[in-house]
Design a protein around this ligand. Structure first.
Ligand code: K1U
Ligand code: ZN
Length: 172
């Protein structure tokens, strides 16, 4: 298992459209292990493969790790099959958008289908933080960041801040 560096915005690779996984094999399971370790190392609750530079439709989530328990879940080729009309607002953050948090409105409840790490088809009904986190991670698979949901002004301010932070880091 390897902790891999997480790409940060503005990086064009984060805008890539990730591709469906054809076969859930040992390579995909190794990718899931690396993603899980990378998520834990960065103290996140989710991670999409593109955040470590791999344009495959794979994401991992563990909402429990903040409580010190580990309950990682992998989602391969996830699809939202139903979304509630009711919306919910959560303050979101992103390991690829460091130090920026803001409210994002998304459907409050969703139904999704996906393949697990054994390649078995699974369905899931989610609300609360799990629904938010799944939608946030699925956005990554389509090259969308949570700041893309903010007003143009807020998004531009965020990109300016991220660009400045990156330049400072590079010159240090
Ligand atoms: O980079 C990511 O995609 C992971 C991201 C997931 C997420 C957080 C909050 C709302 C939606 C999606 C994070 O893990 S941000 C960092 C974090 O540590 C955290 C966020 C919420 C609660 C607890 C921790
Ligand atoms: Zn994110």
């Amino acid at each position: 298992m390897t902790v891999r560096p997480i790409l940060t915005a503005p990086d064009p690779r984060l805008q890539a459209l990730s591709m469906d996984v054809e076969t859930v094999d040992g390579d995909i399971r190794a990718l899931i292990e690396d993603m899980t370790e990378s998520m834990y190392a960065a103290e996140g609750i989710g991670l999409a493969a593109i955040q470590i530079g791999v344009a495959k439709r794979v994401l991992v989530i563990d909402l429990d790790q903040k409580e010190g328990n580990k309950n990682p879940r992998a989602f391969i080729n996830p699809k939202i099959t139903w979304a509630s009309e009711e919306m919910a607002v959560f303050e979101e953050g992103c390991l690829s958008v460091p130090e920026i948090w803001d409210d994002v409105e998304r459907p409050a409840r969703i139904k999704a289908e996906y393949l697990d790490a054994d390649g078995k088809k699974q369905t899931l009904e989610a609300d609360g933080l799990l629904a938010t986190c799944l939608q946030h991670e699925m956005d990554h698979l389509n090259g969308v960041l949570f700041i893309d949901h903010l007003s143009r002004l807020k998004k531009n301010m965020a990109i300016k801040k991220l660009t400045k932070a990156k330049k400072l880091k590079e010159s240090a």
